[in-house]
Design a binder for this molecule. Structure first.
Ligand code: CP
Length: 316
């Protein structure tokens, strides 16, 4: 058997930096770790002796927990830093914080930050690998990779699909990363929502823009629902959540515009009853909890590809 191909990247900062073959490499490695995560003993020695630091400047449940589990299931030493309980509260800068962490010789630092570009800024200044766990409105590459993992498993391909992204695209790093990924594989990406929640240059992103759900969902293979980011709306972009829900919410009535085999995704956390009705979120077409499960496997794959020994198999 030939040795695994080394990953061509030192960092994972966005989807735009990855070629389709890199995405396939991540997803293939994720399949191995998905199987590991379903074993009675969900631990392999792949990253024994390696250190992963999770540095989160923003709240997170899914991403942070799954990176922690991913590192632990690979036998790495994992340290979680919540900035609200760190010296950031005393005024320490991002650069001083990461330089301090670097002095402790981690192999990977996973960064979530409200400022677009913060992980890239850190990557230019540190010797270890940096993983972007979500930066501002820019990118959330591991979310797009785990979404692609589920789509490939459910639909058998990433090509030739129609992926409709619904809602608050303007503020969404998830939308941006998914649009880049699915377009790179030759799928059609549609965005739909009120104009105030779509980026002004949406067409320039290579996506089709709709202002009504019915045509946007017609023929869609994937219905990707985004969270209404109440914290970023500043009151002016939506007349009311009730009206938004009536016009753009995904419920049993509006989901009927899509083909019966279309799957429903949501990166979480959800506003139940706003962008998605609980009967859809918990219904048979929802893959939302599958996305969460895939998150651990995909993040194991990323840590393995960035910090594993060159040529070492994912699982010995
Ligand atoms: N999807 C996602 O990034 O969720 P968290 O904010 O809980 O990590």
């Amino acid at each position: 058997m030939s040795a695994p191909r080394p990953f061509r990247h030192r960092h994972l900062l966005d989807i735009a930096s990855l070629a389709p073959q890199d995405v396939v490499q991540v997803l293939d490695a994720s399949e191995v770790f998905f199987e590991v995560s379903r074993r009675p003993v969900r631990k392999v020695p792949t990253l024994r002796g390696k250190t992963v630091i999770n540095l989160f400047y923003e709240a997170s449940t899914r991403t942070r927990t799954s990176f922690e589990l991913a590192g632990k299931r690979l036998s790495a030493d994992v340290v979680n830093i919540s900035t609200s309980a760190s010296s950031v509260t005393k005024g320490e800068t991002l650069l001083d914080t990461v330089k301090t962490l670097e002095a402790m010789r981690p192999d990977v630092v996973v960064v979530r930050h409200s400022a677009s570009g913060a992980p890239a800024y850190v990557a230019e200044r540190l010797a270890c690998s940096i993983v972007n766990a979500g930066d501002g409105q820019h990118a959330h590459p591991t979310q797009a990779l785990l979404d692609a993992f589920i789509v490939r498993r459910r639909l058998g391909t990433l090509s030739g699909l129609t992926v409709t992204i619904c809602g608050d695209v303007k503020h969404s790093r998830v939308a941006r990363s998914n649009a880049e990924l699915f377009r790179a594989f030759g799928s059609t990406v549609r965005v739909v929502g009120p104009r105030t929640l779509l980026p002004p240059n949406a067409e320039a992103l290579g996506v089709e823009v709709y202002d009504r759900l019915e045509p946007a969902l017609r023929g869609a293979h994937v219905v990707m629902v985004l969270r209404i980011q109440r914290e970023r709306l500043e009151g002016a972009l939506l007349p009311s959540l009730r009206e938004y829900s009536r016009t753009f919410g995904i419920n049993e009535r509006t989901l009927a515009y899509a083909p019966p085999e279309a799957i429903v995704m949501h990166p979480g956390p959800m506003n139940r009853g706003v962008e998605i009705d609980p009967r859809v979120a918990d219904g048979p077409r929802s893959v939302i909890l599958d996305q969460v499960e895939a998150g651990v496997a995909v993040r194991m794959a990323i840590l393995y590809l960035l910090a594993g020994e060159a040529g070492a198999a994912p699982v010995a």
